[in-house]
Design a binder for this molecule. Sequence first.
Ligand code: FE
Length: 378
Amino acid sequence: MIRLPCPARPACPRPVATEPAPASTAPCARPQSGWLRRRLCVALASLPLALGLAPAAAQTDRVVNLYSARHYQTDEVLYTRFTQLTGIRVNRIEASEDALLERLRSEGRNSPADVFLTVDAGRLWRAEQLGLFAPLRSPVLESRIPAQLRTPDGTWFGFSTRARVIAYNRAKVRPEEVATYEDLAHPRLKGRLCVRSSGHVYNLSLMASMIERLGEAGAEQWARGVVANLARPPRGGDTDQLRGVSAGECDVAISNTYYYVRLMKSTRPEDRQLVERVALSFPNQATTGTHVNVSGGGLLRTAPHPEAARLFLEYLASDEAQAYFAAGNNEWPVVAAAVSRNPELDSLGRFRMEKTAVSALGRLQPLAQKLLDRAGWK
Ligand code: FE
């Protein structure tokens, strides 16, 4: 077994809670005592065992080919450590989601790819609909990843979570005015809301979650209320919505959490000013919880190295890989025992996640688009 150096800096506990807890901006404690370091060392040393790395299995495939729509520097550490632990080399092609899907389709059964990684349950569902994934039965993945954050049959798995939250101008909006997604449709926000287009998968997944909670008619009515409140036609990405609030173009916006955390880490004066002006509300804390989505992936049906692919996916659910995978895009680990290494993200506090299964977010994408079109959300 290869022993790796233990992490030099233990990090804050994972901030996602499934039990009701008010969103807080108080930074969590950062324990520096030896117990956590020892726990990390033990976890790391026992990793091959936890991953089920039987010697015969580990010798089957010496390479795993990864198609990834992720491209973060911390992912390098993931791949290097996986190779150190297993001797399996990681080849990867990083490109946009669309380019990778097109490549997989054109390569067909001759594709060299073993694993496909992307973001948002809606996109994972699209890959599933194209028949790209092979269901994977893995006691490791099934025991470590909450059922809500993977498909029931192992078609794909979430490996980190992001929340879709409400951003608001601290000077113009009181937090209680934007405490729920339903508030976004309230007439008091008329002419004060910035959103991106309805066709983007993040909004389709949010709408899918609204359909799950409110039913078809309720979700459509909500979308009509949102459209009635827009300050300008939908355009740009999530960061553009945050900038719209900071610039006074609107008072309230919808954004994924990691875009805000990126700005928290920025040294540019305008970004620092934005974080001072704009706060986040984790909606529906008193009721159903905040909408969460995943970065994730799965085993490809045509994988030439399915055993190496399984080991790689199981590695992504290990305590140490979880920390790096989540940190790459300022997201939260899905594994309860994993530690976050992200003080800015941790400073957002703990929150209650909605219970909707991410697999439902994909299934409801076509209906979500139909209802958003009907509501006039461009
Ligand atoms: Fe994004």
